[in-house]
Design a protein around this ligand. Sequence first.
Ligand code: FAD
Length: 656
Amino acid sequence: MRKCDEISLGLRHVGFDLSRLVEMFPSYGDHRIVIRWRLSTGADCLSPSVGTAAQTFASAISFFMAAQCSIAEDWPKEANIKSCAHFDFIVVGAGSAGCVVANRLSEIPGVTVLLLEAGGDPPVESTIPGFELTMYKTKYDWNYTTTNDGRIDQANVNGNCPWTRGRMLGGSSSINAMIYIRGCRQDYQDWYDQGNEEWHPDIVEEYFKKAENIHDQHIKILTENSQSYGDKGPLIINTFNYTERELTLRLLESWSEIGIPTVEDLNGPEIIKAGIARCTADGGKRESTAKAYLIPAQKRKNLFILKNALVVKLLIGQKSKRTHGVEIIHNNKRKKFYAKKEVIVSAGAVNTPQLLLLSGIGPKKHLQDVGIKCIADLPVGENLIDQLVVPVTIYGNDGREPNPAQMNLEAANYLYNHTGFLAHPTLIGGLDVLSLYSKDSDSNQPQFQNHIGIFERNSSSVRDFFQNSIKYRKEVVESVVELSEYHSLYLFSFILLHPFSKGKILLRSKNPYDHPYIYANYFSDPRDLEDAVRGIKILTKITHTPYFKSINGFLGRIKWKPCNKFELDSDDYWKCICVNLVFTIYHPAGSAKMGLDPNYSVVDSRLRVHGVKKLRVVDASIMPSLSSGNTNGPVIMCAERGSDLIKEDHGLTSLE
Ligand SMILES: Cc1cc2nc3c(=O)[nH]c(=O)nc-3n(C[C@H](O)[C@H](O)[C@H](O)COP(=O)(O)OP(=O)(O)OC[C@H]3O[C@@H](n4cnc5c(N)ncnc54)[C@H](O)[C@@H]3O)c2cc1C
């Protein structure tokens, strides 16, 4: 019995209530033990045993329970600082950009940096790639939704779509799907050609490399001579520890059949391509910027971090237009902190414009309407750009069925060596391949992107995804669920990478706790609708390729009353689906756009807010146009570049 007691203690120690699951009692002296497993279902499983089996299995359970501890990260501690303290720099928001800036500025000894984050430490679900969706709509998400404009998203409950944003150390890099794509040279050439002379594509490339630490062995061998990735930066780039490779190869072949060739490296120079994505994950764990940039810097004496600290206002002289510091709410108390050199706003593409507006920086008329005195009349919140998604549902008979036992094995695999289904984000459905393409074969930028997720026949996740994650109305959900009862669903996310349509962020009120209005305005420019239809119709040809033919693949109709009258796969059908079912791939940007002219931009090429002293913006908001792909890598690049611009302007050089 002593051994059993030890096992019991071991399990309790790791937070497992043994008494609920297992009862052990002795029989026939020392060696024979009858074990009764009382399963959580209430069923009993009686079996005579000499004890070895029980001990072996119990110690295996103990091992797996204890293995949870190996997943935990050592997040930085909160600083003990008093209100009204002064720092050289104050950084607002510890997201993808803010963590980079705080790290790079504090690497100069003697330069004090205060990093303020509205959220707290990421939960363990952030570290485990497969659990990222479970953080949506919790306290780790800002829980934004777009504003119903009566035109788009009418197939969504309330006519709006969720805009998840991370609220924790690492910001959205702690909740995102971890795909790492730099975008293409033309993306940054466009920035440069608009007069942003600090952002020549050659410079941009250097800053991607500065951030990167390529761990992917395949890429390392492939690019040994070209040195196209950095290998000394803080941000580890690798591949996911899990995928269904046989299936992804079939998908790559299928894309290839419709004119999108497979490449070894999606960050290479080709424009039209499909391949395996690199990611900000390593060893089966997420590489957020909190992990890559904050943990290594946490011992620095000159870096101070406050968590659960909501910045409610920037302190800016009405006449001097000089930024002095910030006002925050922390532990239910209002506090002020002052910046000797600068305040850097890195609160993301929704919160950065919100904070600027609350502080009197924005369109004069709008500020007047909400009762805020205007300090600088700038187009804050305008030029909101986002990559939009349209669902394309293709079905097939590939024999895949949900397997709960397999799912448990996958969980055990994750605990054992960080592989299995949980080592891959669920947003993109367990598959690590994607494609980038254009309607014209000679274009210098991809226009479209596809992600692909697979749901097995009759999987309950289909309803969950369409009903709870995207929040489509009943008619839409039922039409997809109905077909998926008998077929596997290949859900292609069709993405328009460079929409012409622009959205807007506006204040709802002066209250910093009120969510701003988000007008996504998708498809307000008719060119976007034309382009999307062209791109989707290139994609739907995939049903005629050998793999999809082999599984009797077909395009399924998504039912939504206004669209039901149109022929499936016709231009009119897709136009109707696009406008009514569009959602986000979570890449908003441009809401404090960089540019030369203060009539059309908020920050200059060195990311200084036009007409306001000692204030910069460094995050996705500054992007004048979107990169060709997922935006986390490009935001981190912007923050690396931005940090050096700040250092240059203050005559600071780091020792590293
Ligand atoms: C669900 C999801 C999936 C995505 N998938 C991918 C992907 O696979 N690959 C990819 O490349 N990109 C992806 N992205 C996009 C990418 O993560 C973002 O572009 C990037 O993280 C934006 O960085 P940021 O620094 O601008 O903002 P964020 O990372 O959002 O950081 C802003 C930070 O500021 C804090 N903050 C805001 N307001 C205040 C305030 N007033 N006071 C104090 N703190 C404040 C926030 O809590 C947050 O921590 C995804 C994004 C999401 C949300």
